[in-house]
Design a protein around this ligand. Structure first.
Ligand code: GLC
Ligand code: MG
Length: 532
């Protein structure tokens, strides 16, 4: 157990800095706020904190439009605040992971300002500039993730530039070695300041087809999906040579001790696992979002886990993500009862779990009135449900009017249920989802079988997903009822000793002895130690 690196043993917790804790009454969370809550991470039991971007930014995409890779956005604080936060986390044995956004910058980044200043500027080729099509339109049919063409006309220099996201986020030209060097230098800047690794934004987007071919139509498009899904992104993402760049980033990370490289990659499993790299020289953890994307059904999830386990290259370490700042919250997707089952699933699967802030208190998506919309995606394609503000609302710390998040005006509305759904109230309730999260995290931390053990699916009847985790003679059975059917039975694997219940999502049954078979109640998940 001692030999596994922290990013295999540990649990990652994502903080969306704008919404965690405000310290200066401007209604926006900040670094000093996170510093004030630093004991919470240890109390909860997580090992690493990943911060969404804190760099200077005009906030066209809330920090994912970076105007300086080596600074701190004033709304979040200063480099001194940052150093204090690093020291406070490290002092508690916690790691800090930064978001790195290398695919694009803000259109206000000095690099882009120079690039668009004229054809002869040395940084012209740092971005992706193309001539108009013969009819004056965009060079090809590529679409922006946030809707509309991905090409923006620049009248002053008479060319289009490419932006995979908002027009304020021009894509860097990663085929230019000077761009690579500049971003790698920025990575060193933070690694030298003690950062324990990066979550690399849209890693699978970094290179585009050098022949600029059109993307083909998506035959499965039916009008309910975002506009960019009208096309298959075969020429704009997941290019074969992207793996060279990932390997370069990894080599840089490896110059430092014990750091981690995580990639944000939305691809089917078979293509996702290629990002571990040849001989595992790529990302340590290509983020696996399949739990977010798969229908909440025992059979479907069991099939998913088996496919993922089978697809992993030899020696690759798995990981699972249950929520993030881009996707509807788990408690809204599956309801409060199944959100507990989801917690047990996430924290007992083989692979590093990543937990999104607030999910541990069962926070739900908050409806955003049209006048309060911030997210550029919602503004571009309104009313379709693509907006991401609902899952980015302020953390609910206590039962006070503004939930302890701020004493100013919060940048996004607080949830209506905050008087009951908050850290203070739930930490005093032994039956709460927060208590369950803490119990599961503690179990995972103290059980090598749950953190590092092997995985094997166990046969179960309809609606139940069951599996066994084993390590060095210790064995744990996890059985999850994905529905509200009562009396679901699972035969225990044969053994000489009766099993002992360690946890139930219903908060009772701890210490119960089970022999022969286990019966689950509606919406119940149970962990049974099969070895005493
Ligand atoms: C990633 C981020 C998302 C952002 C996009 C563009 O998907 O998670 O929030 O909008 O990249 O940077
Ligand atoms: Mg603030």
């Amino acid at each position: 157990m001692g030999h596994a690196p922290w990013w295999q043993r540990g649990i990652v917790y994502q903080v969306y800095p704008r919404s965690f804790q405000d310290s200066d009454v401007d209604g926006v969370g900040d670094l000093k706020g996170i510093l004030r809550r630093v004991d919470y991470f240890g109390w909860l039991g997580v090992d690493a904190v990943w911060l969404s971007p804190i760099y200077p930014s005009p906030m066209a995409d809330f920090g994912y439009d970076v105007a300086d890779y080596r600074g701190i956005e004033p709304v979040f604080g200063t480099l001194d605040d940052f150093s204090e936060l690093v020291a406070a986390l490290h002092g508690r044995g916690l790691k800090l992971i930064l978001d790195l956004v290398p695919n694009h910058t803000s259109d206000r980044h000095p690099w882009f300002v120079a690039s668009r200043s004229g054809w002869s500027d040395p940084k012209r080729d740092w971005y992706i500039w193309r001539d108009a099509a013969p009819d004056g339109g965009p060079p090809n049919n590529w679409l922006s993730t946030f809707g509309g063409s991905a090409w923006e006309w620049d009248a002053a220099t008479g060319q289009y530039y490419y932006h995979a996201f908002a027009r304020e986020q021009p894509d860097l030209n990663w085929r230019n070695p000077a761009v690579r060097r500049a971003v790698y230098d920025a990575m060193r800047f933070w690694l030298d300041r003690g950062v324990d690794g990066f979550r690399v934004d849209v890693m699978w987007h970094l290179l585009k087809d050098p022949a600029w071919r059109d993307n083909p139509p998506n035959p499965a498009y039916d009008g309910s999906q975002p506009e960019f899904q009208r096309l298959l992104e075969v020429n704009t993402t997941d290019q074969p040579d992207v793996h060279e760049i990932v390997a370069e980033m990894r080599a840089l990370i490896d110059e430092y001790d014990d750091r981690v490289l995580i990639g944000e990659i939305y691809l089917p499993i078979e293509r996702l696992v290629a990002y571990y790299g040849r001989d595992l020289a790529g990302a340590h953890l290509p983020f696996n979002f399949q739990l977010i994307l798969t229908a909440w059904d025992a059979g479907r999830i069991a099939g998913l886990v088996e496919r993922y386990e089978a697809a992993l290259p030899a020696g690759a370490w798995p990981n699972w993500v249950l929520g993030n700042h881009d996707k509807p919250r788990i408690a809204s997707r599956v309801g409060p009862a199944q959100a507990r089952v989801a917690a047990m699933l996430l924290l007992t699967l083989r692979g590093t779990p990543t937990l999104y802030y607030g999910d541990e208190i069962g926070m739900r998506d908050v409806p955003i009135p049209p006048g309060m919309v911030h997210d550029p995606w919602e503004k571009n394609e309104p009313g379709m449900g693509f907006g991401r503000d609902p899952q980015r609302t302020p953390m609910q710390w206590d039962a006070s009017a503004l939930a302890g998040f701020t004493t100013g005006t919060p940048w996004l509305p607080l949830a209506d249920d905050r008087a009951a759904c908050n850290v203070e109230v739930l930490s005093n309730d032994a039956g709460s989802i927060l208590a369950l999260y803490r119990q599961l995290i503690e179990l995972r931390r103290t059980s090598p079988a749950l953190s590092l053990g092997t995985y094997r699916t166990v046969a179960a009847e309809g609606g139940v997903f069951a599996y066994e985790r084993r390590y060095d003679g210790a064995s744990m059975l996890v059985a999850l009822n994905f529905g509200d059917q009562p009396d679901r039975r699972i035969e225990l694997p044969p053994g000489d000793r009766p099993g002992r219940v360690l946890a139930s999502t219903h908060g009772d049954r701890q210490g119960e002895t089970v022999a022969g078979a286990l019966t689950l109640r509606p919406d119940e998940g149970v962990i049974v130690s099969l070895t005493g």
